[in-house]
Design a binder for this molecule. Structure first.
Ligand code: UDP
Length: 331
């Protein structure tokens, strides 16, 4: 049985490939390397460089490899950029998925697990957020992910494809080996930005707003380790292999940390004072996002291992300290 990982050179994709290989799975990776890195692809995975919007390329891989299930990470995922370049997001995320589904139907591949996001909810109506809560995205990124979920639903009904959509909260941390980790250019995610300070790449962290209605005025997020996300994808593939119906799951730790708490914990882990300054709010940031992941725990049997913020930050720090410039081929 071969599992195809689309976007397997990216942050969460590469960690999922490492976990799959660790479990003895046969893995094929497709990535266009626009934001991913060839070095992040596990050496035991068979790698094909190409774009999911290229139907001929997809057909050629599907003809060569006997793919049983697909895990789909190949998407654009920056909230800010999605507001400035919405059509890029519709093209890559929605048109790309349409072409992928066409190819899956043509080649009789009927199982797909894909990355969705907490951004599908928009401003939450309650905390913790349940999968059944209203979905009203406040940015193009979340909107395209929600539309992808709907595309899978209707195409699945017509063509017998079953899917699992995994709505991640704040992915962070790095592989325990310290060999792969987060490497975006520019970095936009909080923890990677914080760790640029002790790494000598930034003088201070900007805290986007300290006047929210939270315990210290800064935004609260649910931080979840990338390896725990990877494990959930594998459980989701198994769930589909066992013949279960299409489903949607939140993935988070169910615990909220403020921006100030994350910075304080990073000071403890790194031993660096990490100066921070208060900046204006960032547009579109909800005050609090915390997941209920009870459904994933009950149905998939998911048990996140990194429930401690210090352990999450330590794993990220191990990666960033040993790879201050990210991967050698960093753009
Ligand atoms: N944040 C911040 N300074 C930064 C980057 C992020 O204060 O340099 C805050 C951001 O406003 C949000 C939280 O950190 O409240 C997490 O942001 P991130 O971009 O990592 O993830 P998001 O929650 O937007 O998916």
């Amino acid at each position: 049985m071969t599992i195809l990982v689309l976007g397997g050179a990216g942050y969460i994709g590469s960690h999922t490939v490492y976990e799959l290989i660790d479990k003895g799975e046969d893995v094929v990776v497709i990535d266009n390397l626009l934001t991913g890195y060839k070095e992040a692809v596990h050496p035991k995975a068979r790698f094909y460089k190409g774009d999911i919007r290229d139907r001929e390329f997809l057909d050629s891989v599907f003809e060569k490899e006997k793919i049983d299930s697909v895990i789909h990470f190949a998407a654009s995922s920056l909230v800010g950029e999605s507001m400035e370049k919405p059509l890029k997001y519709y093209d890559n995320n929605l048109c790309g998925t349409k072409i992928l589904l066409d190819a899956m139907v043509a080649h009789g591949i009927d199982k797909i697990v894909f990355s969705s996001t907490a951004a599908t909810y928009g401003e939450p109506e309650r905390i913790p957020i349940l999968e059944t809560d209203k979905t009203e995205p406040t940015n193009t990124y979340g909107e395209t992910k929600l539309s992808m979920e709907k595309m899978f639903k209707w195409v699945g009904k017509a063509h017998g494809i079953r899917y699992v959509s995994l709505r991640y909260f704040n992915a962070c941390g790095a592989h325990k080996s310290g060999e792969i980790g987060e490497a975006h250019n520019p970095e936009t995610h909080l923890l990677s930005i914080i760790l640029q300070v002790p790494n000598g790449q930034r003088d201070a962290v900007s805290i986007y707003g300290d006047d929210y209605d939270t315990k210290d005025g800064t935004c609260v997020r649910d931080y979840i380790h990338v390896t725990d996300l990877a494990t959930a994808h594998i459980l989701a593939v198994r769930y589909l292999e066992f013949g279960n119906e299409s489903n949607i799951f939140n993935l988070g730790n169910g615990v909220g940390f403020t921006v100030k708490e994350v910075i304080e914990c990073a000071r403890k882990v790194t031993g660096h004072p990490i100066p921070a300054k208060i900046s204006p709010r960032r547009a579109g940031d909800p005050a609090r996002l915390i997941a209920s992941s009870e459904k994933a725990k009950n149905i998939l049997g998911w048990r996140p291992e990194y429930t401690d913020m210090e352990a999450i930050i330590s794993s990220a720090w191990k990666w960033h300290k040993s790879h201050p410039q990210g991967f050698k081929t960093c753009k």
